[in-house]
Design a protein around this ligand. Structure first.
Ligand code: NAP
Length: 274
């Protein structure tokens, strides 16, 4: 059983919370409000990307939160246009400028792109020495993509952020990442609310006096996968954060793991851009 109480120690020794706040699809005009709310609720990991168009208000939220910068773990990502154009270094500078911050905790290559794998990874490795990024990783990388990166560095990415929820579990990828010390992080962890009426999840939730969302998020972290649900509903912000006061039995973890049916909501990393 995974101990979800202390933070995760990544393969470079950095610590990362199990649970974060995902900021995809939060309008620029609302992002500062929601990230401040998330920080007030207790979230200490914030996930954004240059693609989301909300780095500027998220940087303001972090600067105006009253919290020490080192108490917040901020992730952002290089978008595919910058990867293709060989503009990784410039993309980092642009993100830092929009955020108004000196460094990013975790910087990810957003998607694997055919013929653009090794060079951007090499660039991220070099950028580590600037201190402007603390940890590097990837997103939507499958085992075949991760193998490309071995040509550049012996150290694998610290994090791989992937679509992960009860209907899409990618077990071969989990095994690969566990073997190579790559921490997985779930995007779309609630399957965008589509599992709310699932009978098994409802019956488990009923037994633990928890909601379906709480059971799913708890199952994710007990499965060793960090998770970053998004919400712009105040009660759900608190609900999604309240998953550290109960533990699913190993039987219930297995029951949920058995729901896998390879159903994706996002693009397929084997074919999209690759
Ligand atoms: N790396 C990548 O390629 C990638 C791709 C997509 C997303 N992401 C990241 O992952 C984060 C999460 O993924 P996501 O936003 O796609 O999907 P998600 O977190 O699975 O689902 C968000 C949806 O679920 C609803 N929801 C949230 N909490 C709920 C609850 N307790 N009960 C019922 N419904 C609930 C939200 O509605 P309300 O807002 O109305 O409450 C929203 O519509 C993103 O925000 C982003 O940071 C990364």
């Amino acid at each position: 059983m995974i101990d979800c109480t202390p933070p995760i120690t990544l393969n470079n020794g950095m610590q990362m919370p199990w649970l974060g706040y995902g900021a995809y699809d939060i309008a620029e005009s609302h992002a500062e409000y929601w990230v401040i709310k998330a920080l007030e609720t207790g979230y200490r990991l914030i996930d954004t990307a240059s693609l989301y168009g909300n780095e500027k208000p998220i940087g303001s939220a972090i600067r105006n939160s009253g919290l020490d910068r080192e108490d917040i773990f901020l992730t952002t990502k290089v978008w595919i246009d910058d990867i293709r154009a060989g503009r990784v270094r410039q993309a980092l500078e642009d993100s830092l400028k929009r955020l108004g911050l000196d460094y990013i905790d975790l910087y990810l290559l957003h998607w694997p792109i055919r013929n653009f794998m090794e060079k951007p990874w090499e660039e991220l490795n070099l950028l580590l020495s600037t201190g402007k990024i603390k940890t590097i990783g990837v997103s939507n990388y499958m085992p075949e993509h991760l193998d490309f990166l071995k040509k550049v560095s012996d150290r694998p990415p610290s994090v791989n952020q992937i679509e992960f929820h009860p209907y899409h579990q990618q077990k071969p990828l989990i095994d690969y990442c566990e073997k190579h010390g790559v921490q997985l992080q779930a995007w779309c962890p609630l399957m965008r609310g589509q599992l709310q009426d699932h009978p098994l999840l409802n019956s488990i939730a009923h037994r633990y006096h928890k909601s379906v969302a709480q059971v799913i998020l708890r199952w994710e972290i007990q499965s060793g996968v960090s998770t970053i649900p998004k919400t712009t509903t105040e009660s759900r912000l608190v609900e999604n954060f309240s998953i550290f006061d109960f533990e699913l039995s190993s039987t219930d973890v297995i029951r949920i793991s058995d729901l896998d049916r390879g159903e994706m909501l996002g693009e397929n990393p084997y074919t999209w851009c690759f």
